[in-house]
Write a protein that binds this ligand. Sequence first.
Ligand code: AP5
Length: 220
Amino acid sequence: MATYVVLMGPPGGGKGTQAQRITDELGIPQVSTGDLFRAMKTQDTPLARQVQDIMASGDLVPDDITVQMVKERLSDQDCAGGAILDGFPRTTAQADALADMLADSFDTGVTVAVLIDISEAEAVKRISGRRSCPACKRVYHVDYDPPKQAGICDDDGTALDQRKDDQPDVVRDRYQVYMNKTAPLISYYEERELLERVNGEQPMESVTADLLQVIRKRIK
Ligand code: AP5
């Protein structure tokens, strides 16, 4: 049976970091809607420009565009065993669409939804020090998880960059969007007995260990 793990939590909560750390352990790829949208940056189409403008403002990309993109990605061969969904779903409509797509196309459902819980203050601190590799997408933090050489990716030598939507005013808007549109999914998955919570305010290794524990107990 394929495994579909939903990683939830506020901006800067550690979803991407943890998805990268557990993908090998679980043998399924990370599917990050944020990364998929950022990859559209190089395209010069009205849709790509619309998506970049929305992301820069901190708002959510419309559900129909997001759902279609995830549907296509989950049908790729490397997702045959499932996926770690990082940043999707983010609205009740997306969660309903995910349930339908897994039932219709793969005769299954979400295995577990894990909330990586951290405070707004900690999320802001983490986002301000975040740097990422535009080539391999590895995420660093200038204090908590620095690269060996400042500003350079350990894995491929690419210069690290800072996301445009990591400016303090946009971060505040993203947090509000999370509270209004995404936090309701906590009770959505709780009602369906699919929710697990992990304390995100621990060292990365401890968060990873807790995550793997709650995910493995749900895998049949
Ligand atoms: P997205 O890229 O998904 O951004 P996000 O949800 O705001 O989450 P972040 O990537 O900011 O944080 P993260 O939780 O992954 O934290 P990270 O691991 O990097 O989305 C961006 C935009 O795309 C959205 O605003 C929206 O416009 C659009 N979008 C995406 N999905 C969408 C959807 N489904 N529907 C509609 N629109 C969508 O960690 C942060 C920092 O902390 C890093 O520097 C890391 O090194 C550090 N860190 C992590 N863990 C720890 C730890 N335990 N201790 C110390 N430091 C840590």
